[in-house]
Design a binder for this molecule. Structure first.
Ligand code: ADP
Ligand code: MG
Length: 377
């Protein structure tokens, strides 16, 4: 198998950008996916969290843009503003030596801003689904030259909440547009759907038994009673401030309860959920990314995709409601081969859910040891 970017038929200026960005060798998924993207075939690509899927589709897409043509040739869809922003940063960086126009079309921003972005006929658009469809419907965006259509976090984007929007977008795309799906998780029911809009796709799939990463240690901690979770968290606080940590909760209400209590104690934390204004979302995430705060409390809004290399601990204050979400949440730490730790707060009746997860993913989730600090450092 190829083990160099030089062997993947990548254009010179793009190659320069990849090396300048700091990538030396392609990851597995990059080695496998980029040649398939180059063929123009439809692709379903699955690989574990933090293994470089963004690089795979970004390089693949950029390599196939006709720079002479000033029209929209590729669209990349992300489920959240934060992820779209992140992908935009990566693509802009690695295309640094190319004369290319990449623009964002993201929801909850001013519609006129999106319109203005599109007036420059960007060759690549990074978008969230709703705003993109809106722009197409308003005829601010013409899709007749789109050759590549990528869904990042594809199983999320093809789930109930977004599916109709995506189908409506696909209706506007040329029949021969290449469609590429990327995610760490590809549940069977989603894979089945893909035949409706994809042609003879190439598939890179992973058994669920191989999805968890060895570098991420997983523990559970029985808190017995829900309201004791808070005290348990305070006890852990000393250890968790050493590095950056995300604490996931299942609802906005629990988030508000927890945030209020921690702020009362003057703990320096950030928090994020879908009902904040887009400015607050941006500011709070940036505070955390820049290290101003070391703890981010989040709903599943940020369970997927977000890449913060120094993040080494994930706490599930609530166990996630579905098994895919578990994989995405714990994968926020341990990026690109780094070490990470997950601590699951559970109640007595949830010990069974932990056993289920262990069995489902063929992994181990041990009871949290006394010397947890040794793992987190
Ligand atoms: P995924 O989408 O698979 O979860 P990302 O695309 O977010 O993973 O990449 C995870 C991290 O790995 C990022 O910090 C990215 O910069 C880094 N990375 C990706 N590809 C490479 C590479 N070829 N060499 C070095 N680092 C890489
Ligand atoms: Mg990703």
């Amino acid at each position: 198998m190829n083990n160099n970017f030089d062997d993947l038929n990548i254009n010179d200026n793009l190659l320069r950008g990849i090396y300048a960005y700091g990538f030396e060798k392609p990851s597995n998924i990059q080695t496998k996916a980029i040649p398939i993207i180059n063929t123009g075939k439809d692709l379903i690509a699955q690989s574990q969290s933090g293994t470089g899927k963004t690089g795979a589709f970004s390089i693949g897409v950029l390599n196939n843009i006709d720079l002479e043509k000033k029209e929209t040739q590729a669209i990349i869809i992300s489920p959240t503003h934060e992820l779209a922003e992140q992908t935009y940063e990566v693509m802009t960086n690695i295309s640094n030596y190319m004369d290319i126009n990449i623009k964002k079309v993201i929801g909850k921003t001013n519609v006129n801003d999106s319109k203005r972005e599109l007036e420059s006929n960007p060759q690549v658009i990074i978008a969230t689904p709703g705003r993109l469809l809106d722009m197409i419907n308003r005829k601010y965006l013409f899709t007749n030259s789109v050759k590549q259509f990528v869904l990042d976090e594809a199983d999320e984007i093809l789930s109930i909440g977004f599916m109709d929007t995506i189908y409506n977008i696909i209706k506007f795309l040329p029949q021969e547009t290449q469609i590429c799906l990327f995610s760490a998780t590809m549940p069977g029911e989603i894979l089945q759907l893909t035949d409706r809009f994809m042609n003879n796709s190439e598939k890179i799939l992973i058994d669920k038994e191989n999805l968890t990463l060895e570098g991420i240690k997983q523990f559970y901690l029985n808190c017995n009673i829900y309201k004791w979770k808070y005290d348990v968290l305070i006890d852990l606080y000393e250890s968790i401030t050493i590095n950056q940590c995300i604490i996931y909760v299942n609802t906005k209400n629990i988030l508000t309860y927890l945030v209020d209590k921690l702020l009362e104690k003057n703990f320096p934390i950030s928090y994020i959920h879908g009902e904040l204004s887009s400015q607050d979302r941006k500011k709070n995430l940036n505070d955390f990314k820049s290290g101003n705060t070391r703890i981010l409390i989040s709903t599943d809004l940020l369970s997927r995709g977000i890449d913060i290399q120094q993040l080494s601990l994930v706490i599930n204050f609530d166990l996630p409601k579905n098994k895919e979400t578990y994989i995405h949440r714990i994968g926020r730490s341990g990026r690109y081969g780094r070490k990470g730790t997950t601590i699951n707060f559970v109640l007595n009746e949830e010990i069974n859910d932990i056993k289920d997860l262990e069995k489902f993913y063929n992994t181990t989730i041990e009871e949290m040891p006394e010397n947890i600090c040794d793992y987190i450092n």
